[in-house]
Ligand binder design. Sequence first.
Ligand code: ZN
Ligand code: ZN
Length: 404
Amino acid sequence: MKKIFLLVLDGLGDRPNKELGNRTALQAAYRPNLNRLTRTGLGGLMHPITPGYRTGSDTSHLSLLGYDPEKFYTGRGPFEAMGLGMKVLGGDVAFRANFGTTDDSGIVVDRRAGRITEGTKDLAEALSFSVDGVEFFVKAGVEHRAALVMRGERLSDRITDSDPHEPGLKVHEVKPLDQGGEYTAKVLNRYLAEARKILSEHPVNRNRNGNGEPAANELLVRGPGLAPRLTPFSDLHGLRGASISGIPMITGICQLVGMDKIEVEGATGRLDSNFSAKFKAAYKVLEEYDFLIMNIKATDVAGHDGDAVAKRDAIQRIDRAMSGIFEHLDDVVICVTGDHSTPCSLKDHSGDALPILFNTSGIRVDKARLYDEVSCSGGSYHITSGDVMKVLLQLSDRAEKYGA
Ligand code: ZN
Ligand code: ZN
């Protein structure tokens, strides 16, 4: 049985760009390795989740890994916490949070604590403790932003926000939305009261008071989401999996399904990421694991910037970095696709389908010749992201027989 290498070029799909002679970034890129993989293997188009959906990276990656987001996606809270690099486990409840400023009577005077820039890391650390056996973890983000994760038994996201969402109002007591939320609301209110005390006495806030700056004396929480309890990837597919990604949210999703994360030095999740180091690490990981998902974010970053030339150049550098793949095709099935399209002309995700290729030694060959949105449409597969694992299991001779 062969190993599986799922290479996700984030936001890969594109639309024609004027500055590239009305070609997509892929069409304009010099990409001999991607083309050779397509020419000697199978191509097609892949729709993220379902045709016409405009998806985020979180929902798309869940779907690519074989988890139906329509069943399991519980809102952004847990995924934003993962995005800050927090560990989130199934059954945790995660919130988006702000450091805010309240007056003596608990009225919010500034929801952003003067857009505080320094000291939030220390404040977050001071707010990570347990109440009644429930663990609370806080991590600071950019400026006043943060995330809160609750970990314990019987937690529910059926509760209201403490954040009143506008200044001039009192910090809300967290209320249960139904019976299931009663316990979580009670513990969270106790935690927030304790947090208030800690924040008011914290040296960071004493300094801010001394300097006449608004104190970050309240953690305002909103948008609770219960992290889904997902069947471990190894049970779902019978594969020992690992992930390589410079994006904490993607790593977080892979951890949520029980994969190991492999850190690669220089994998930044930006345009300057060290692609060669990532591929080198990938081939090594595949010696040990059955399955590797590797996300390269640069293509999505360039798409959001609306920079077609940067997107083309990122593809060229990725193509160059992956030239070693041909030595591994006796043992590995490779799939190259994206999680969604990020057309430079849109500067955001679109619902356009994107190219997909499969290759391994002994594979059939179809009519797709070049790796791009147009040529791959002439290939064998017209599938959704939810089909990708099934095709990979089949091509690696791991699929179970359906029927006698
Ligand atoms: Zn994405
Ligand atoms: Zn994006």
